[in-house]
Write a protein that binds this ligand. Structure first.
Ligand SMILES: Cc1cc2nc3c(=O)[nH]c(=O)nc-3n(C[C@H](O)[C@H](O)[C@H](O)COP(=O)(O)OP(=O)(O)OC[C@H]3O[C@@H](n4cnc5c(N)ncnc54)[C@H](O)[C@@H]3O)c2cc1C
Length: 381
């Protein structure tokens, strides 16, 4: 059996590696060139995502390249410490969530896939597919095509496959926030390594962690109308952080700023699969980055899909099983992340309630391990 995997972001290589493990041949087709960096300067690979990578025996390089960030401390814009909570729950062997440059995670999963003999074809944007019942053919912008037994979409939140599979599928929802960030070196912004500080500022949200090396990894989420893009984001961000009692305004004035991107998530889709075609990762269930789970869910999908294909009688049964195992979990994460995104974009009145209630909420989360459903989820082949 051969699978055409559309998209070589985070999920695509994981899918191809997982399919290999169960004897399904996979080839990956990516719209951009090999050096395309994708979105987000760095991201959180949650403990459950690391566990899913471990199921593929592809976790070691990620652990080496990332920085352990087991703790989150929340602050208000006035400088009040709202509380602390774990950034995921440690795995049995003590592994905790890691923060990693997206480019590093992307490179590691691609290189590992290639090392295992998987072909990645770059510059091949899929524009349409045809499912004839016994085979499926993908057609590319360059005029070429490829045929296989399955077409597995890992083509991200703005998935072309999703639109082709179900033209009535809901479009991604704008979360009301633009997001961007970067890394600053030698600027003496101090903090305890391993702790992610999250500041619910008066007008924007600020997050940062300080690495052992002294680098400060930071990001900002700014509530803003979609499409309202200034010529220069830096003064806009500095002004948004101006009255907050921390170094965020100072940092954004001095730091190099990567692209500021609008944040989207995806409402629940009626259809995840039809015939020989299946949606996975952000194409099926994009969550806003506020959950720190999008990449981890895409990797979990890979492992579960491979197991379903191995254990179910045929691809139809496998896709049904996959959806039944994954839908509840991923939709819960999307809803959870949406709540957090909404609180980041809170107006002045909602902000007062948020800051007053947050300590109680955090205390509950910390004491009852109420997020175990998200972080202790284990997938295996
Ligand atoms: C600002 C920001 C911060 C984030 N922070 C986090 C975080 O902290 N933790 C976390 O887990 N997640 C985070 N995410 C989300 C995470 O990046 C995604 O959930 C994850 O990359 C999803 O993987 P994927 O493989 O489904 O899609 P992607 O990684 O987006 O890959 C899709 C790939 O498909 C390719 N493609 C698209 N269309 C076609 C086509 N027609 N033909 C061929 N190829 C195509 C694209 O070029 C791309 O390479 C963040 C996202 C953003 C925007």
């Amino acid at each position: 059996m051969k699978a055409l995997v559309i998209g070589c972001g985070i999920g695509g290589p994981a899918i191809a590696m997982a399919l290999r493990e169960v004897g399904v041949d996979a080839e990956i087709f990516e719209a951009y060139g090999a050096s395309a960096d994708g979105v987000g300067a760095f991201l959180n690979v949650a403990s459950n995502g690391l566990d899913a990578l471990r199921a593929l025996d592809a976790h070691r390089e990620v652990l080496r390249a990332g920085i352990p960030t087991p703790d989150l401390v929340m602050w208000s814009g006035t400088g009040k410490r709202l509380g602390a909570v774990s950034n995921g729950l440690a795995l049995d062997d003590g592994t905790v969530s890691h923060t990693i440059l997206r480019a590093d995670l992307h490179r590691i999963v691609r290189e590992e896939a290639v090392r295992r003999g998987i072909t990645i074809s770059y510059g091949r944007r899929m524009v349409s597919f045809e499912d004839t019942g016994d085979r499926v053919t993908a057609r590319f912008e360059d005029g070429g095509e490829a045929t296989g037994d399955l077409l597995i979409a890992a083509d991200g939140v703005h998935s072309r496959t999703r639109r082709l599979l179900d033209p009535t599928a809901p479009e991604p929802r704008y979360a009301g926030l633009y997001s961007g960030g970067g890394i600053v070196r030698d600027q003496d912004f101090t903090g305890e390594p391993g702790v992610y500080h999250l500041v619910f500022g008066k007008r924007a949200f600020f997050g940062y962690t300080v690495a052992e090396s002294g680098e400060t990894w930071w990001f900002a989420n700014l509530p803003r109308e979609l499409g309202d893009v200034p010529a220069d984001w830096r003064p806009v961000l500095a002004e948004a952080f101006e009255s907050d009692a921390n170094f965020s305004a100072d940092l954004v004035r001095r730091a190099e700023l990567g692209p500021m991107l609008p944040i989207h998530d995806l409402p629940p889709l009626p259809t995840w699969h039809r015939g020989r075609v299946l949606l996975t990762g952000d194409a099926a269930h994009a969550t806003s980055p506020s959950s720190g789970q999008g990449a981890s869910l895409a990797i979990e999908d890979a492992v579960v899909l491979a197991r379903c294909l191995r254990d179910a009688g045929d691809h139809r049964a496998a896709f049904r099983l996959f959806e039944s195992e994954r839908r509840g979990r991923v939709e819960r994460v999307v809803a959870y992340a949406r709540t957090i995104s909404n609180s980041k974009a809170a107006g002045p009145v909602a902000r007062v309630f948020r800051d007053a209630l947050m300590p109680y909420f955090l205390k509950r989360s910390a004491s009852q391990e109420s997020l175990a459903w998200m972080y202790r989820h284990q997938v295996s082949l």
